[in-house]
Design a binder for this molecule. Structure first.
Ligand code: 3DU
Length: 226
């Protein structure tokens, strides 16, 4: 049985902290932290602030931090990134499935049950359909065989979320990017079997981030959120 590195879902929203600096992201998180379950950091933020930004966000906002570093190298390099995330207080790290079974097995071993490995499957941009979509189901099968904590799925393609859920079974988390600015809808993600919607610009670029976060949740809860 896997540990629940993200805890039990409450709002089912992962906030993509994609603004350039810690301070910019913190200003948004101060407003919306009650409406999200997990904070996701990307490579530009980690470059800008250093890996300690992971622990800083976790400690300040008391939320698990998911390092979406899209690890995609040979095993001995991949495992260094996995350890960097674990040693800096992360809860999970995104690793591309196309690195193959040996690299993924080494990542799981390096994670040492301290952080979850989430497999990137299919990119949400139109070009993601060219190379990543055709291999995504095979990668999902590999994720299930390796008992990974979860997979990514394109939140703007609910039919693909449903396909991936049917392949990996009920237990792994599915994190679905592409909700909001890229056209995906939170309710469609949940109906299709996704565990979390990843939302960046639809919250942090909104005039009123709190109202935006509440609106995204409304579609899940079907009642006003106060
Ligand atoms: O479109 P948004 O602003 O909500 O941001 C989406 C986030 O999800 C962003 O951090 C991006 O790097 C990530 N993501 C995708 O958009 C698509 C993927 O296939 C994987 C991750």
């Amino acid at each position: 049985m896997q540990k629940t590195f993200f805890g039990s879902p409450r709002t089912h929203i992962i906030f993509a902290a994609d603004l350039e600096t810690y301070d910019q992201n913190a200003r948004v998180l101060e407003q919306v932290h009650e409406h999200i379950d997990v904070i996701k950091v990307n490579t530009p933020l980690v470059f800008h602030e250093g890996p300690s930004v992971i622990r800083r966000l976790q400690e300040t906002f008391q939320k698990p931090v998911f390092a979406d570093l899209k690890v995609a190298d040979v095993p001995h390099t991949d495992v260094k990134i996995v350890r960097m995330v674990a040693d800096n207080g992360g809860a999970a790290v995104m690793v591309h499935g196309f690195v193959g079974p040996d690299a993924l097995i080494d990542c799981v071993e390096a994670a040492n049950d301290e952080i979850g490995i989430i497999m990137q499957l299919e990119l949400t941009n139109p070009g993601g359909k060219v190379f990543t979509a055709p291999i995504a189901n095979d990668l999902a099968k590999l994720a299930a065989d390796l008992n990974l904590y979860g997979t990514q799925a394109p939140g703007n393609r609910p039919d693909r979320i449903a396909d991936i859920r049917s392949i990996i079974g009920p237990d792994p988390v599915i994190v679905c990017c592409g909700v909001g600015a890229q056209g995906g809808k939170h309710q469609s993600v949940l109906d299709a079997g996704g565990t979390y919607s990843i939302v960046g610009r639809a919250i942090y670029a909104a005039d009123d981030p709190v109202a935006a976060a509440k609106n995204i949740r409304l579609s899940k809860e079907k009642q006003p959120v106060v």
